[in-house]
Each structure stands twice: as C-alpha cells, then as structure tokens.
Design a protein around this ligand. Structure first.
Ligand SMILES: [Zn+2]
Ligand SMILES: [Zn+2]
Ligand SMILES: [Zn+2]
Length: 212
C-alpha cells in the first residue's frame, strides 16, 4: 500500500482528545443574539443543540442556515492560515521571549545578543494542519455517530453539560445532518488540500530553520 495506508493504524490509535489537545475551539457566534460558544459536533452543550434541521442556538433558538455556519467556519480557517503565513519566529528560551519576523543571517540564533536560544516558527505547519483536521473532525458523520470527538470541556468545567445526548439520538442526528456536515467537511478539505501543497514548498524553502 501507499504511505497514507501505513499511517492509518497509527492515526486511529490516538484518540481525538489526545491528538487535538492543543487546538483552538471552533467558536461560533449566534447571528440572532450574538452569543459566542464553542461548537463540538453532536454533543451536549448549554449553548447550542443539534436538531434534525441543523444547528440551533440554545439561548434565542435561532436556527443557523448552512451558509451562516460555513461562513463562520471558513473565516476561522482563514484566520488560522494567515497566522501561519505571518511567519512569526519565537525564541525557545522561555526567559527570553523574543518574537520576530526577521530571520537572522545566522539562521537559528536568537536575535537577542546575550541569548543562547533558538528561533523557530511560533505557529508551525503541523499545528495548522492539526487545527484544520480538528475542524474537519467536528463534521465527520462517522466520528460523530461513534461519539469519538474531542470533548468540548473537561468534566469538572463549569460550562460542561450535565447530561450527555442519548446514543440513539446521536445516531439519528448524524443521519439527519449528513448533507450539512458533508458540506462543512468539504469547506475544510478545500483548505487542507491547498495547505498540504504549500507545506511542501515552505518546508524546502525554510529547511535550514529546522533544528537537526
Ligand atoms: Zn442566539
Ligand atoms: Zn479559530
Ligand atoms: Zn532568545
């Protein structure tokens, strides 16, 4: 098989909770009442619920149109991508904290004169790729139905919902929202495809920056 096939067992052995530990949540804003909340797929939330017709705000009962959802998803993706392309470099010495866009002629040396730290990209291609994969996972019908998504909150978090959605309901909602979720996933896939191509270029251009 191809190298992608070889990666499969390894990838699926890691839970989404572990794999997406450091990602930013998909924060949505209700067009009806302006409430902001993290979206975590078909899971229990105090702020939203999934129904047979898509996503609904729990506060004002506004029903998100597919376009309202895809626009917010797309704007998140774009802001993460531009953060990556801003190309900020950060010193790895925690006591130094130098952040810059300049690449020193000495390559990896920190720009602060007395610092022995090493500069590296503060937002790496791996982080961006992982972030986009996380957004995609939220709309993965199979993953939703198997209840394998990264939990929105730790159980002791004040915003954590007290009860979970019954599995039979999760299964039904997964089917009812299949078209919507596939549309959202294709938005993510569009960018993931572009990113994978540019990572290859970026990697070779900035090879000298990578620590041995
Ligand atoms: Zn609302
Ligand atoms: Zn974001
Ligand atoms: Zn430094």
């Amino acid at each position: 098989g191809s190298s992608a096939d070889n990666l499969q067992p390894l990838e699926s052995a890691i839970s989404d909770e572990e794999r997406f530990k450091g990602v930013a949540s998909l924060t949505l804003q209700c067009p009806g009442c302006s409430q902001r909340f993290p979206f975590g797929g078909i899971v229990a939330s105090k702020y939203y619920q999934m129904n047979f017709n898509g996503l609904q705000c729990a506060h004002c009962h506004h029903q998100f149109s597919p376009l309202q959802l895809s626009c917010q998803l797309e704007s998140h993706i774009r802001s993460h991508i531009s953060r990556y392309y801003a190309g900020y470099l950060k010193c790895d010495d925690s006591t130094c904290g130098v952040v810059t866009r300049q690449i020193s002629v000495f390559g990896k040396r920190c720009l602060s004169e007395d610092c022995m730290g090493v500069m590296s990209y503060s937002y790496t291609d791996k982080q961006l790729y992982n972030q986009l994969q996380y957004f995609g996972s939220l709309f993965d019908v199979k993953k939703n139905k198997r209840e394998l998504l990264k939990p929105l909150y730790r159980p002791d978090h004040p915003d954590a919902a007290e009860t979970k959605i019954p599995t039979c309901q999760v299964l039904a909602l997964g089917e009812q929202n299949r078209d919507l979720f596939q549309t959202m996933e294709s938005v993510v896939q569009k960018y993931l495809g572009n990113c994978a191509r540019s990572f290859v270029d970026m990697g070779s251009i900035f090879d000298f920056m990578n620590p041995e």
